[in-house]
Ligand binder design. Sequence first.
Ligand SMILES: [Zn+2]
Length: 125
Amino acid sequence: MEIIRPAHTEYHEELNLEYRFRNDPEAGFAFPWKDGKVVLNNLSEKNFMWCLEHPEEVESLGVVKRKTSCSVPALARCECGEEIFLEDRYYGCCQCPNCGKWYAVAGYEVNPPDEWEEDLEEDEW
Ligand SMILES: [Zn+2]
């Protein structure tokens, strides 16, 4: 198999308009902030209106920038041509949905799990 793109971590910056409870600073609301205005859906609009109407309950923190990160698994091409993400689906391995071959997340082919019985810690007599 061929690794198209190795596993890596992606960082994003997120802007949120944040409110926190005056009596519980650990809790609050964060509304996504984009192009100079708050982005709301039906559910968050209710919360947002509630925040606006209850300044005695919640304190506005303004627009807060936070860094988020997520790990992106390696993208690989299976021998059959299918592009798959090398994700830990089953004991550090994953299966090509097209041809059914199994790969370890490190990028090498492994036997299918039903041939692993000698490795499993189950003593059946
Ligand atoms: Zn395949």
